[in-house]
Write a protein that binds this ligand. Sequence first.
Ligand code: HEM
Length: 500
Amino acid sequence: AAVFNWPDPLLDTLEDQLYLPGISASSELALDCLARDGSTVAAQWLRLAYHDMANHNSTTGTGGMDASILFEFTRPQDIGVGMFESLSDFAFSSNEYVGLADSIAMGAINAVIDCGGPVIPFRGGRIDATVAGPATVPEPQQDLASHIASFKAQGFNQTEMIMLVACGHSLGGVRKVDFPLIVTENVPTGIQTFALTVGFDNTLVHEYLNSTTENVLVVGSNITTRSDLRIFSSDNNVTMQRLASSTTFNTVCADLIGRMIDTVPSSVTLTDVIEPFNYKVTKTFLFPQNGSLTFLASLRIISSRNARTPTITMFWKERTGSFCPPKGCSVGTSDDTVADSSFLAQLKGVPFFDLFSFNASIDLKTSISHFWFEANDNDGSTPFVVDNNGANYTIHQDVVLYDPLRSDTSNPFSVLVVGVKGPGSNPSVTALTTLSGSDIPFTTSKTSVFTLDPSLPPADGYTFYSSSISHIGQLISSNTIHATINGTAYSRWVPSLDIG
Ligand code: HEM
């Protein structure tokens, strides 16, 4: 599994989106296999993911899960209201480090579990395309040889093609409005579902094998568009018979949908599988306040329901000089709450998280270089040290600090304030802000320049610079502050602008 060495913006964001509810639509919107447009949100997300992947070419190593579907969804082969709706579901999930393609992939794994299917491992790091890919999504009127060739190009052999189509067509169905030549009879809901059950299971396999299926891609009156029939029967039903076991179906689908979402251009390297992190440092802020440096941090740990809540102490060491006792300065928790976990986290045995907050007052002169925690289970055992896998949580600099208290992040006009140590020698300070909105391409970046702010007098050895960002109709999804001071470059990722 991926190891989290703080700070790691990509893993940090993806792990939040996977395992905390409410961070991304992916963990919430499709829960309980929610109905939408006569089908389900989950069915729409799974089809979106397949269509995004379907222009992979395994020979040239191009295409795959790269969100190129954002530039393709108006093509006839991608027809359906679910395409843009699903893309819009993920419009607010990207930031500087995480793209739409990771959200589409995450949508696919949540789609499957939200409808009762198996857990599929998630890797991150997909890179978003900036243009459309080739129009290579298979269509129902194509012959079997074309479909075998399409899937081969995508990296799946004939047996895997049968399996992947059966897995995909476990959910949803065909809409009459989009495919009037396929759904020829009147259907009250406007959609002819592939199977009688809504959830992710192998009912469609059983209905196919015992000839009760109403899947129009198998028994529709238009013989030309019976693509599922041609595919499912292409090995004399040997594979479909294997899928009649629900255990086999789940194992096969987890494997193949997993391979589907991990199909990326050869230039992309995905992370290791991201499991819930045992310890996660979040919400760190360091800023001057009333003659000291205030350092805020939270430590999130996986809660084990029956164990006693540990006592956690945060320690830190000076940046220069000496101030702290030999073991380091320390502070206890300022708050201790329980945070809900996502459905996926719960399926992985994480019922909820414990969140410990710290508010340390740091000596201004000696400052802080790194911090770590000790967790004491209060049962006589040796306290456990949480130190970023032995590397300590390092604060690389205290020269350029984002100041959450002097900033004003009320929408849609935000004023970001940065404190620069010293009297200020015309530093160059900019911020790269990622903004998300519902207009394509959803995510845009803006570089803003900070200027000396006369309304904020110098204090505690810092000079304050501010920059206003107007973001009407858009949310700020992340910021990286860049500064050059006396020839030295500094940067600081600020994932969240607010302390709360
Ligand atoms: C030869 C290959 C395939 C063909 C010709 C095909 C064709 C179709 C068609 C015509 C629809 C109806 C779309 C609509 O009315 O909105 C559909 C729906 C769907 N397809 Fe496929 N498909 C293929 C492979 C796959 C694969 C590999 C997956 C995923 C692993 C998949 C997942 C889905 C899902 C989930 C739906 C339901 C969408 C909804 O209800 O909104 N399909 N497919």
